[in-house]
Design a binder for this molecule. Structure first.
Ligand SMILES: [Zn+2]
Length: 294
């Protein structure tokens, strides 16, 4: 191989001389593999040096981003994200959290990959990505529903997810609400690549991104029938009922508990539903014979 300036050889895989000197404080690192050898380089030698150089440069890039650039960058991103949250009217539990957006493009590249010193985050960009995330989340939730309910809910104010809050799901043996499904940030994300693992290590003490997995998660039709029954007993349209406001002021007592001298007087539809879902081991009579209104 002809003798060449190192950068003619190294100008591959996206690395530029200016980028390397910038990253390394103004010069070429003294320990860059084989770089300071001033003699003709044999092709075989070059092919053995090339991966070492690339590895060194990539390691250096990750170190500079992680140690020098990321902390301030994250701070800026967080401030803008908090501003965005402040401007939202939707229930907080239904909004994406900061890690959800951080792992989506373009933020993923800007936060975790980019060597540029000063980066800027714009509110409308956060809004755009957040809406994309919410649409995907809603589609995911929708895909969990049985077909008949998909048909039914397609005509409601689906994007707000409000009317779906009465739904129940099963995660393994546990009954869970849509609220809990949407809040699931337990570390069960799919960390399939080294890059994903690095990003997750860098996320500074925030919740992990939302878990989109359908593993162990299914629609709870029995639970749904119970919720629907209670709501109809309270004179509500189960497809439109929103579990707050007046529905939380009703007072009923559970007939079975009363007959066992365990006087249980829940206040509000939420408590009634919870009682009916989680007490008396399933075998439930219809709400109309279970509850007496006080
Ligand atoms: Zn009871």
């Amino acid at each position: 191989m002809d003798e060449m300036h190192g950068f003619q050889l190294i100008d591959f895989k996206g690395w530029k001389e200016s980028e390397i000197t910038e990253m390394c404080g103004g010069g070429i690192p003294a320990n860059l593999a084989g770089f300071w050898t001033s003699r003709k380089l044999l092709a075989a030698e070059w092919w053995s040096i090339k991966p070492k150089i690339l590895l060194q440069l990539n390691d250096k890039r990750e170190q500079v981003i992680t140690d020098e650039l990321f902390p301030k960058r994250w701070q800026n991103f967080k401030e803008k994200f908090d501003d965005w949250v402040e401007a939202q009217t939707m229930d907080l539990s239904l909004l994406p959290r900061i890690a959800d957006l951080a792992v989506m493009e373009p933020f993923r590249s800007i936060l975790f990959e980019c060597l540029v010193k000063t980066v800027e985050f714009k509110l409308d960009e956060i809004d755009h990505v957040a809406k994309k995330w919410m649409n995907s989340r809603n589609e995911f939730v929708f895909s969990l529903l049985p077909l008949d309910l998909q048909e039914r809910y397609r005509t409601t104010d689906f994007p707000s997810l409000k009317s779906l809050m009465i739904l129940r799901f099963r995660r393994q043996e546990d009954r869970t609400t849509l609220h809990d499904v949407c809040g699931d940030r337990i570390g069960r994300c799919n960390l399939s690549t080294l890059q994903d693992q690095r990003i997750h290590r860098m996320l500074p003490g925030v919740n992990m991104p939302w878990n989109w997995s359908k593993a162990d998660l299914e629609f709870d039709r029995d639970g749904y029938m119970i919720v629907k029954d209670v709501l109809q007993f309270l004179g509500q349209d189960p497809y439109d009922a929103v579990l707050d406001g007046e529905l939380n002021n009703v007072k009923c007592y559970c007939v079975e508990c009363a007959s066992n001298s365990q006087w249980f007087t829940p206040q509000g539809a939420k408590e009634m539903i919870a009682h009916q879902l989680h007490s008396h081991n399933g075998n439930l009579p219809a709400a109309v014979s279970r509850w007496h209104v006080l």
